[in-house]
Write a protein of this length. Structure first.
Length: 138
């Protein structure tokens, strides 16, 4: 067991794989960062295991975490998300994390705006996680 493991990871098929291949690893890929944002926002008050188990459903519901596609979501898609039993469904999350009109979920409009302002083809490089892994996790 690595010092970077939380107490739930060893032997757990969900947490162990996540810790071995993702947790603390840097990324600059926009869809990966957007996925992390969506999962973290929806985790509030729930165990991370719950979120990881619903990950495939989130991926399907949020167009494989494609920022431009999610930014184009309208009322119909948001209502479909709210009716999807495979994901965490909270209208307040959509309002809190959406654009100024509250129609586009999870800051996708803001991500696109940051991408345009930076002059990059994606905003990911600007929000990349640091390269070093933490040695202590709670």
């Amino acid at each position: 067991m690595s010092a970077a493991y939380c107490r739930f990871a060893p032997g757990d098929p969900t947490h162990g794989r996540y810790h071995d291949t993702e947790y603390g690893f840097p990324t600059v890929e926009e869809s990966v960062l957007f996925e992390r944002l969506i999962l973290e926002i929806n985790q509030a008050g729930l165990s991370w295991a719950t979120i990881l188990k619903k990950r495939a459903a989130f991926r399907a519901a949020y167009a494989d975490f494609a920022v431009d596609q999610v930014a184009a979501f309208g009322t119909v898609q948001i209502e479909q998300l709210l009716a999807d039993p495979g994901i965490i469904r909270t209208r307040a999350v959509f309002r809190r994390c959406g654009n100024r009109t509250g129609r586009s979920p999870f800051g996708s409009q803001r991500t696109i705006h940051a991408r345009r302002r930076s002059g990059r083809s994606s905003s990911a490089g600007r929000f990349a996680l640091p390269a070093a892994r933490s040695s202590v996790n709670f």
